[in-house]
Design a protein around this ligand. Structure first.
Ligand code: DSN
Length: 426
């Protein structure tokens, strides 16, 4: 068969892009060579609908072992009793939880998307907002932190069946205990989507939501530094409170309902090559040096946020407890949109994404903010001493985002420095 040079040339160019630039997208990271190897393995050839020991295909005895190891390592990492490693993504994991806990049209509550929430937590263009009745809570305007008073007020008034904590752009720790308390009061299920800070949580640097929530979902590729994918966890199993029963009239436990909601409810065959790569990355996260890495991620983020503020930028909520931060450009550059800023930075080989800020005056296509995160550059080996340097470069670009000469000067400096931090061993 002829080699597909067209596609492999694209892969080569993407590798080059990743190698020469500063990667600041808060939800991205660089996996290890052995995670890549597992993903590109012959396991992609295997159909394995079902779960270990209970499959709909023959020949699953080998992949049963890697899926079991993935589940066991994940449970150990987060001190959980139940784990499902089959969701293809975080949104798929969330969809399975909706299917397990709600009926179409039921009310649930999540953080407003424009305040840092996620599409699958109730956006009107996502299945969550299209098929269910989504209500939201927001950030307090003065503090830019979750408005727990509003959350409690709305929960008591509207009785959602499911309350979701977790965000895509929120740099602060959560008060999970407070949300669980109101969920118990109104008889709601409490779910945490820990996709962004999962790695910091695994390393014990942030509170573990598995202690408080009924159900926890996550992606595996952000701070956790695994392959792209999703997972579902529970600290303790419990009977489904909405009374779903088996044909024999028995109350089903949530673990069985969740397993069925993933397969056959919302997915077909699991991606066993990705599940093996998840297992490898969970094994890496169980090593002591993963904690050192996460400490550096957190420290780099704190130093970066301070460096932005020292230059007159507004950081939403005044800092960060995790790996990410949201910059409101309006304080320093009132006329600069996130869209223009992102484009200029990308041209300088600094990758970030435009993001709405709470109470934004611009649309999601323009935005007044930029989101930054440190997981990827920390994997690359950059330490806190480089964070003010990165902020200087960003500020140089944003001072004259239309100037190609300015951008070129920064790009050359970025490429020179990143050349000193090899990314791939092969
Ligand atoms: N889109 C992801 C992020 O960038 O945060 C969340 O799924």
């Amino acid at each position: 068969m002829q080699r597909d040079n067209l596609i492999f040339d694209i892969i080569r160019r993407e590798r080059e892009r990743q190698t020469k630039g500063i990667e600041l997208i808060a939800s991205e990271n660089f996996v290890s060579d052995q995670v890549l190897e597992a993903m590109g393995s012959v396991l992609t050839n295997k159909y394995a609908e079902g779960y270990p020991g209970k499959r709909y295909y023959g020949g699953c005895e080998v992949v049963d072992e890697s899926e079991t190891i993935a589940r066991d390592r994940l449970k150990q990492l987060f001190d959980a009793e139940y784990a499902n490693v089959q969701p293809h993504s975080g949104a798929q994991a969330n969809m399975a939880v909706f299917m397990a806990c709600l009926q179409a049209g039921d009310t649930f509550m999540g953080l407003n998307l424009s305040h840092g929430g996620h599409l699958s937590h109730g956006s009107s263009v996502n299945f969550s907002g299209l098929m269910f009745h989504a209500i939201d809570y927001s950030l307090n305007e003065a503090t830019s932190r979750v408005d727990y008073d509003e959350l409690e007020r709305k929960a008591r008034a509207e009785h959602p069946k499911l309350i979701i904590a977790g965000a895509s752009a929120y740099s602060r720790e959560w008060d999970y205990a407070r949300i669980r308390k109101v969920a118990d009061e109104i008889g709601a299920i409490f779910m945490v989507d820990m996709a962004h800070p999962a790695g910091l949580i695994a390393a014990g640097l942030l509170d573990n939501p598995v202690k408080y929530a009924h159900i926890v979902t996550s992606t595996t590729h952000k701070t956790l530094r695994g392959p792209r994918g999703g997972v579902i966890l529970m600290g303790k199993d419990f009977p489904n409170p909405w009374g779903k029963t088996t044909p024999k009239g028995e109350i089903k436990m949530m673990s069985a309902i969740l397993d069925s909601a993933v397969f056959p409810g919302t997915q077909g065959g699991p991606l066993e090559h990705v599940i093996a790569a998840k297992a490898v990355s969970f094994g890496e996260a169980l090593q002591p040096d993963f904690k050192t890495y996460q400490q550096q991620v957190k420290h780099n983020a704190a130093v970066m946020a301070d460096a932005f503020m020292a230059k007159g930028y507004k950081i939403i909520s005044g800092g960060t407890d995790n790996h990410s931060m949201l910059v409101d450009l309006r304080t320093k550059y009132p006329d600069l949109t996130g869209k223009v800023a992102e484009k200029a930075l990308v041209a300088a080989d600094i990758t970030t994404n435009k993001n709405m800020v709470p109470f934004d005056t611009r649309s999601a296509f323009q935005t007044s903010g930029l989101r930054f995160g440190t997981p990827a550059i920390t994997t690359r080996g950059l330490k806190e001493d480089k964070m003010p340097w990165i902020v200087d470069l960003i500020d140089t670009v944003l001072q004259a985002p239309e100037s190609e000469a300015n951008i070129q000067k920064v790009r050359e400096e970025v490429n020179r420095e990143m050349n000193r931090h090899p990314l791939f061993a092969w």
